[in-house]
Design a protein around this ligand. Structure first.
Ligand code: GRF
Length: 184
């Protein structure tokens, strides 16, 4: 069974979905964060999953990423799943884990890379929105798309109502794609 490290920055609802759906498909061996007070860390700890937290503030990105990689390796992680991890990874970090980092992005890539995806989809008058799981490369939100889920954009939607609808799909899509990826 492949060992997975999950990186979060916030509430970690995708991380929780990945943990709860793991079954025999993969094993979550560590949840790591750049935010020592990320709410998701406490949840992981309560669920018996080792956690690691380190703020890059004051130590700089290279030292931060070196410590992060060391902790992930020590935990035995073979695959990294970014789940609401809000920091850009350096080219060196991506190269270190090449082809083994996945991310979930709340748009139908290649549309709406970056932030504010839901507001942009509504402003554009799109009929559909969704989420994508993709391989992380040096270029933001640009690696191979491994799976997508679609939802309608409904009359009266704002960024929050749309985000909630997409998030429910994220929680289904990410574990399914990670399970396939881990079986490769
Ligand atoms: C999700 O919308 C995810 O697609 C985006 O950030 C949000 C994270 O939510 N990258 P959570 O921390 O998984 O609850």
């Amino acid at each position: 069974m492949k060992k997975v490290g999950i990186l979060i920055s916030g509430r970690g609802s995708n991380m929780m979905a990945l943990v709860e759906a793991a079954g025999d498909a993969y094993e979550v061996v560590v949840v790591a964060s750049d935010k020592p007070d990320a709410p998701g860390l406490a949840w992981a700890h309560e669920h018996g999953i080792p956690t690691f937290a380190l703020s890059p503030k004051g130590i700089g990105k290279p030292a931060y990423e070196a410590a992060m990689t060391a902790a992930l390796r020590e935990a035995g992680a073979e695959i990294l799943a970014l789940a609401g991890y809000m920091r850009l990874l350096s080219d060196e970090f991506v190269a270190d884990w090449r082809g083994r980092i996945l991310n979930i992005h709340p748009s139908l890539l290649p549309a709406y890379k970056g932030l504010d995806t839901h507001a942009r989809a509504i402003a554009a008058g799109d009929a559909e929105a969704g989420c994508s799981v993709h391989v992380v490369t040096e270029e933001l939100d640009a690696g191979e798309v491994l799976g997508q889920a679609r939802v309608p954009i409904l009359p009266g939607d704002d960024a929050h109502t749309l985000a909630d609808r997409v998030l429910a799909e994220e929680h289904r899509l990410y574990p399914a794609v990670l399970a396939d990826f881990a079986a490769r």
